[in-house]
Ligand binder design. Structure first.
Ligand code: AMP
Length: 283
């Protein structure tokens, strides 16, 4: 694996690979890598001629300075893991390589209602920061395919919209959520859970499973109330949102013909856990 810290070195290398006719798969990450990230790398390796992973903890997508400061950065371990899993290129920039020397300013994008609900409501400006960094990274890497996790489902829809708005020549491939054996969605933040919060955390998975099972069988209001009660029965668990939505728009489900999604954000102590499950349209 080749490691680049500067875009001025990375860009010519990628351009040589591109002119040799090899297709590229890009996996943007914030590091603290786990099997979920590695599944994106594996998908990229199976579909593309070479893989480029980036690790960059992007300051403009954080609202809470403490969350940014506490974000785990086990960089040596990450490098080993990428190497063991056959990553071709790692881009590991510092903020200056991405944003230059100017003081950091969060850019604004016209992403519409999609960016202001769910995560956008709880973390105003978060998706502007995500769009800002991904636009810059796509400009540097210029991949054919970008691999994103369903774990951050709203982010996938936002980035698809950004790519369409800017007519960027990249396709998005969404990979399924990788879970721990007890059902908890893998996340770089799971390591911040105390042993007792970690033990309770699979309740989120179970609540989603119940919601999916009951969808279209009992009224949505009842499903949502049950899910909330189930999760909040665990000590120090607080549901930020638990919703049943149209999977294309993340608006209210319009009819029975489309795909739906059960989607949630839960605070376990002060650790924010996201999860979701897609509900296919009935045949
Ligand atoms: P992050 O490092 O948290 O910004 O995540 C980088 C990418 O990995 C995003 O596209 C995430 O959706 C994806 N990802 C994170 N956790 C998982 C998981 N458990 N399963 C699949 N993809 C994941």
């Amino acid at each position: 694996m080749l490691l680049f810290r500067k875009k001025q070195d990375l860009i010519p290398h990628l351009s040589t690979l591109r002119s040799a006719g090899r297709s590229s798969g890009f996996i943007p990450t914030m590091g603290a890598l786990h099997a979920g990230h590695i599944s994106l790398l594996q998908a990229a390796r199976s579909k593309c001629g070479y893989s480029v992973t980036s690790i960059f903890v992007n300051p403009t997508q954080f609202n809470d300075p403490e969350d940014l400061a506490k974000y785990p950065r086990p960089i040596e371990k990450d490098i080993d893991l990428l190497e063991q899993n056959g990553c071709d290129v790692l881009y590991l920039p510092d903020p200056e390589d991405i944003y230059g020397n100017e003081p950091l300013v969060r850019a604004h994008f016209a992403l519409g209602a999609l960016a202001t609900r769910l995560e956008g409501a709880s973390r105003p400006g978060h998706f502007d920061g995500v769009a800002q960094v991904v636009k810059i990274l796509l400009g540097i890497v210029q991949p054919d395919l970008m691999f994103l996790g369903q774990k951050d489902y709203q982010q996938v829809l936002i980035l698809r919209k950004l790519i369409a708005q800017l007519s960027l020549p990249v396709a998005v491939y969404m990979c399924p959520i990788v879970r721990e054996p007890d059902g908890l969605a893998m996340s770089s933040r799971n390591g911040r859970l105390s042993p007792s919060l970690r033990k309770s955390a699979p309740v989120i998975f179970r609540a989603l499973q119940c919601a999916v099972r009951e969808y279209r069988k009992i009224p949505e209001k009842e499903i949502l109330q049950q899910a909330r009660e189930m999760i909040e029965a665990e000590k120090d668990f607080h549901v930020d949102y638990f919703q049943l939505l149209d999977a294309e728009t993340l608006g209210p489900p319009t009819d029975d013909a489309g795909n739906a999604i059960a989607i949630t954000a839960v605070l376990a102590g002060n650790v924010r856990l996201l999860d979701n499950m897609l509900i296919p349209a009935p045949k």
